[in-house]
Unconditional design. Structure first.
Length: 243
């Protein structure tokens, strides 16, 4: 059951004294109809935040706090909304973050707390760790309340002690001369046979030197590879590289 606390009279407001209502950890005024309508309109006008920062650990781009605020402020101000955030730290729990408020010009409001682990790391002291967690918490709170899209999974927190899941990137398909140019490939095999060379020896040498197999050589590099294969230097190398 929500706890109700009377506020002072709100001057010439058209509604009576507000009361505090707790909703799933978020506290709101007893009425939020005007705030809800203003937030709905503001969210519809908030544009996608620009990914303007680079995570030095994962090498991915993300929208930082400044970028998020740049797209939120105009829409919020237009509809009479403000979003103050107050620093919160808890050394016993090792967390830090913000107590945020969503205020409407009518006096209606919503407030809650967003916390993150504040773990000092290499080159980071306790105060700096708190500052990092507070900055992340503010960005996540603002982004969540105003539904800011960045088009990116939040992995930039990895630099502040959080481990992000890295998804392996799909390897690009290698070219296949057997399919790209069957005629050239058949001619290459015939030339190998005439020269007394074995395809297995050619591939073994190429792979030993960090190169793709003969049929996987890029089309633009194919003539150079073929020329080298049938040179005196190439023949000697392939003789040594026989599997």
């Amino acid at each position: 059951m929500a706890t109700e606390v009377d506020n002072e009279e709100a001057g010439s407001r058209e509604f009576g004294p507000d009361r505090l209502l707790g909703i799933d950890g978020t506290t709101t005024s007893s009425s939020i109809d005007r705030l809800a309508l203003a937030l709905c309109k503001a969210q519809a006008e908030v544009k996608k935040a620009i990914k303007n920062s680079l995570n030095p650990h994962l090498r991915n781009k993300y929208a930082d706090l400044e970028s998020v605020l740049d797209v939120v402020r105009p829409a919020a101000a237009k509809h009479g909304l403000s979003f103050p955030c107050f620093p919160v730290t808890d050394q016993d729990r090792g967390v830090a973050g913000v107590r945020w408020m969503l205020l409407h010009k009518s006096g209606q409001y919503m407030t809650g707390t967003t916390l993150h682990k504040a773990a000092p790391g290499r080159g980071t002291n306790a105060a700096q760790a708190d500052g990092i967690a507070i900055s992340y918490a503010k960005r996540y709170a603002v982004s969540s309340v105003f539904s800011v899209a960045t088009g990116l999974t939040d992995t930039d927190g990895a630099g502040a002690g959080a481990k992000a899941t890295e998804h392996p990137k799909a390897k690009p398909a290698r070219p296949d001369m057997r399919k790209l140019s069957p005629k050239k490939w058949r001619g290459f095999l015939a030339a190998l046979q005439d020269a007394g060379l074995e395809l297995e020896a050619v591939n073994a040498h190429l792979q030993r030197n960090g190169k793709p197999k003969a049929h996987e050589v890029a089309e633009e590099s194919w003539p150079k590879m073929v020329k080298w294969v049938f040179s005196d230097e190439g023949r000697k190398a392939f003789q040594k590289a026989k599997p």
